[in-house]
Design a protein around this ligand. Structure first.
Ligand code: R5P
Length: 295
């Protein structure tokens, strides 16, 4: 087995390779003056023919550029006669456009998956996808890797379970909160939205639990603009929460997301290395490698 990646993903791909006891090779990459991407496998250093190959490429902004790079790498290794290709895209771009919310919309994540399938992906792996169901819509083997154990390990020793609530910022995040909480042995809940009939203002509050004088750990798949976390943090702080830790798998942090969250009461931000950020404190390498080993 050989792990291949661009230099940008050297750290994560290197970690995955070492856990798989596999060689890690970096593609040559450059941009042409007009912005087109050039990719080359250093074939004088590595022969991929007949080998199982793991391609590691996270699809964060600029998503479209990252996608084209992945398509090129995939098509190239297939042409070089590899045995199986396992595509590891820890952050799957367009994962939130997973249905036709309004008539006439494209289901963009499905387009991405269909192209990857068409180009010959044998197994597709992503981490903490927004909604898992879309993976069933393609015929290639497509798996979602969870990082609940990594999140729980990070929190162990940092917070006391008896003083902590794990909170999903909406009902959709309840499963994630429950999984992390059960590993830690603490309580969990989700935030319920309500709208003031007079002012129209949206407020959120925990569905059942009291958060006063407790640590609140908000767990989400993605932080983009930080709006969801900011609203959640502000609300639980107003309800007396002691300390607010925001943990997400994929930290996109667009615009002033960090400032917005901090000014709303977030005390600590944590992300995984699916996208390297100044707040990366968790690695997806181990659960990804474990999933590959079990294939
Ligand atoms: C939404 O359903 C997702 O799980 C995240 O909560 C959302 O994408 C976060 O976006 P933002 O940081 O812009 O509020």
């Amino acid at each position: 087995m050989i792990v291949l990646s661009l230099s940008e993903f050297r750290n994560l791909a290197g970690k995955i390779a070492s856990l798989l006891e596999a060689e890690h090779v970096v593609f040559e990459y450059k941009l042409f003056p007009d912005g087109e991407s050039y990719i080359r496998l250093p074939v004088e250093k590595v022969n991929v023919e007949g080998q199982d190959v793991v391609l590691v490429q996270s699809l964060y902004p600029q998503q479209d550029k990252r996608l084209v790079e992945l398509f090129f790498m995939l098509d190239l290794v297939k042409r070089l006669g590899v045995s199986r290709v396992i595509v590891v895209a820890p952050y799957l771009a367009y994962s939130r456009q997973d249905k036709e919310f309004r008539p006439g919309e494209n289901i963009s994540v499905l387009t991405v998956l269909k192209i990857l399938e068409k180009l010959g992906t044998d197994i597709f792996l992503t981490v903490d996808i927004h909604k898992e169901d879309v993976l069933k819509e393609v015929s290639m083997k497509a798996l979602n890797v969870h990082i609940h154990e990594e999140v729980a390990s990070f929190l162990r020793g940092k917070v006391l379970p008896s003083e902590t609530v794990i909170l999903g910022p909406d009902k959709g995040a309840l499963g994630r909160a429950k999984s992390v909480a059960s590993l830690l042995g603490c309580e969990y809940d989700y935030l319920e939205k309500s709208r003031d009939r007079i002012t129209g203002e949206i407020a959120v509050k925990p569905k059942e639990l009291n958060v006063a004088d407790r640590n609140v750990v908000i767990v989400d798949d993605i932080i983009s603009t930080g709006g969801t976390i900011a609203l959640a943090a502000k609300s639980v702080k107003e309800l007396g929460a002691k300390r607010v830790i925001a943990i997400c798998t994929h930290g996109l942090f667009v615009r002033n997301a960090v400032g917005r969250m901090i000014s709303s009461g977030v005390d600590e931000i944590v992300t995984s290395d699916s996208i390297l950020t100044p707040y990366t404190k968790i690695s997806v390498a181990k659960p990804v490698a474990q999933t590959i080993k079990q294939l």
